[in-house]
Design a protein around this ligand. Structure first.
Ligand SMILES: C[S@@+](CC[C@H](N)C(=O)[O-])C[C@H]1O[C@@H](n2cnc3c(N)ncnc32)[C@H](O)[C@@H]1O
Length: 204
């Protein structure tokens, strides 16, 4: 991981995705989360203040170890213990059926082998356990989608491998998880990054 991706980008992301408006989306996305939770793409810990009290502990994965330093204050104020267990969501160092739920916010866009990561998420989830997700992805507006395809290579270069054009509903279903809730909506700001996929998917 380059210095830019490990140290610079996490600060930019922390500012952009740490706003009050994003906090509102996070709170809603994390409702119902409980037990032992695997957070894939922990980043700078922007979800930490929003973990519901029913969460017992969080196992965190992220390759940007530099981003963790930005999480220090949030971690110090958190009642939920967080343990860093790995670097890559596509290779999760946990036993099969070992976590109650998994959380991913604005991360499935960035993991290079997202199919492998979703398959790993399914593997470690207990039956009945859920993936809670809040992601940006391909728009249902054909004009916006065309622009997303066009700008995707540039986005990947400036945003640490982030893709603009992933269909998270399709990817999650293809991994064998059952989508229970999926809300698509557009937030304020650039349309290429503003189309959201928020919901839960269950391992049967
Ligand atoms: C846009 S940031 C989102 C961070 C955080 N989840 C949030 O909501 O603010 C994308 C995150 O995905 C992480 N990431 C990149 N590749 C990854 C991988 N292979 N496995 C897990 N996380 C990864 C990045 O380091 C970064 O922290």
């Amino acid at each position: 991981m380059s210095f830019y991706e490990d140290r610079v980008l996490p600060r930019v992301i922390d500012l952009m995705l740490g706003s009050a408006a994003m906090g509102k989306l996070r709170r809603r996305a994390l409702e119902g989360l409980s037990g032992t939770v695997l957070e894939v793409g922990f980043g700078s810990g922007t979800n930490v203040p929003h973990y519901p009290p029913e969460v017992d502990r969080v196992l965190a994965i992220d390759p940007a170890t530099g981003a963790r330093r930005l999480a220090a204050k949030r971690l110090a104020a958190s009642k939920v213990p967080v343990e860093f267990i790995g670097l890559d969501g596509a290779s999760i160092p946990l036993d099969d059926v070992s976590v109650d739920n998994v959380l991913s916010t604005w991360t499935l866009c960035t993991i290079p082998d997202v199919d492998a990561a979703l398959s790993e998420i399914r593997r470690v989830l207990k039956p009945g356990g859920r993936l809670y997700f809040l992601e940006h992805g391909i728009s249902d507006d054909a004009k916006v989608a065309r622009r997303q395809h066009r700008f995707d290579p540039i986005q990947q270069r400036i945003a640490g491998g982030c893709h603009l054009n992933r269909d998270h509903g399709q990817l999650i279903r293809a991994a064998g998880l059952e989508i229970e809730q999926l809300a698509n909506f557009t937030i304020a700001g650039p349309k290429t990054t503003g189309y959201m996929y928020a919901g839960t998917a269950r391992r049967r």
